[in-house]
Design a protein around this ligand. Sequence first.
Ligand code: NAD
Ligand code: WQD
Length: 336
Amino acid sequence: MNILLTGGLGYIGSHTAVELIAHGHDVIIVDNLCNSKPEVLTRLEKIVGKTITFYEFDLREEALLDDVFQKESIDAVLHFAGLKAVGESVEKPLEYYDNNVGSSVTLLRAMERHGVGKLVFSSSATVYGSAESPYSESSPTGVGITNPYGQTKYVIETMMQDVASSNQQLEFVSLRYFNPVGAHESGLIGEDPSDTPNNLFPYIAQVAVGKLDKVKVFGDDYATPDGTGVRDYIHVVDLARGHVAALEHLASGFQAYNLGSGHGTSVLELIAAFSEAAGHEIPYTITARRPGDLASYYAHTDKAAQQLGWSTEKTIQDACRDSWKWQSSNPNGYIN
Ligand code: NAD
Ligand code: WQD
C-alpha cells in the first residue's frame, strides 16, 4: 500500500516508516518540521536503503494537502502530526486545539474529497483520564482529562467516531499509546527533544550522557511498590509494528486499541535499568510530586493481541540499550 504519514519525521512516525517499508509498503511523508529535523529523512533513507517521498508543509494547508492526494496514489493515512507537550498545552491551549484538532479536520476533509477511507490515528492513554487502571478499551474515556493536550486526543477520537458512523466505507482506528521509549537498534534514529525533556526516559538518557546533572524523581510517596510513579513503557519499534498490524487489520467503522506492554515499571526501576545499559550509575534526587501525575497506570492488551495479532516483543532492557546507543552516538541529537 501507499501510506501517507503525517508527522512522519517525528519520533514515532520515523520508526513506523522503517517498519512499514520492511513490510513492503511505500511511504509518503508530510511534516512541517516544527518538532523534527530534515536530517531524520537522510537517516531514514540510510536505514531503509531507498529514497522516501517527503513534502514539507503544515497539514492545515488544505491546498497543499490536496496536491499530495492528487499526485500520490494514497491508500491509507497514518496521522502522527500534532503537538505533544502536556505543560505547553496548558500555557497555549488554542495552539494545541488549532494544530491538533484543526489539522485532523483538514486531513479528514481531504481524505473524503479524494476517496481515501483508511486512517490510523496516534491517540494516547491520556484519553482514559481518571478511569481506573489497568485501562481496557471499554474503560470510560473523556472524564478527568487534566490538560488541553489530552482533550485534543479525546476530541479527535470523538470526531473520528462520528465521521466513521456517517459512512460505512470508512475504516478508522485510534491507537492509544502508553509511554513510548527506546530507539531504532541502528542508533541512527531516536527521540530528539528540542528543549530540556519533560518526559522521564529522554531525561534519563540525557543525564546518562552527561548533558544534564541528575534525574529529578517526582515523588517517592505514591501507593506503589517503591513509592515512585509506575507507567507502561513500550519500545518504539514495538509501537511502530503495532501500526503495521493495525493497518493490515482495518475494518469498516471505528476501533480503538491500546498499544502498551501490559506491565508497569517504576521510575526507580527505569533508572536502574538505564544505569545497567549505560554501564554507570545515573544520579538522581527525589523531589516533590509533579502536579497532575497519576500514581500508576498500565494497559490491558488483550484486544490488540486478539484482533490485531500484535503484542510487544521488546523489553525495558532492550529500550535502554537502544536508547543508550542512540544518545551516546548522537549526544546532541540530529544535527540539522
Ligand atoms: P513528534 O513531535 O516527534 O512528532 C510529531 C511530528 O509532527 C513532528 O515531526 C512535527 O514536526 C510534525 N507536526 C506537528 N504539527 C504538524 C502540522 N500541523 N503539520 C505538519 N507536521 C506537523 O511526536 P511523537 O512522539 O512522534 O508523537 C507522534 C504522535 O503520537 C503525536 O500525535 C503525539 O501526540 C502522539 N503520542 C505521542 C506520545 C509520546 O509520548 N511520544 C504518547 C502518546 C501519543
Ligand atoms: C513518567 C513517570 C513522572 C519526568 C506523558 C503524557 C502522556 C503521554 C506520555 C502523549 C511519571 C515521572 C517524569 C521526570 C519523573 N504523551 N517523572 N521525573 O506523564 O506518564 O505521560 O507522556 O500522549 O499524555 O502525560 O510520562 O515520562 O512525563 O512521566 O520522576 O523528570 O516519570 O512523575 O511517574 P507521563 P513522563
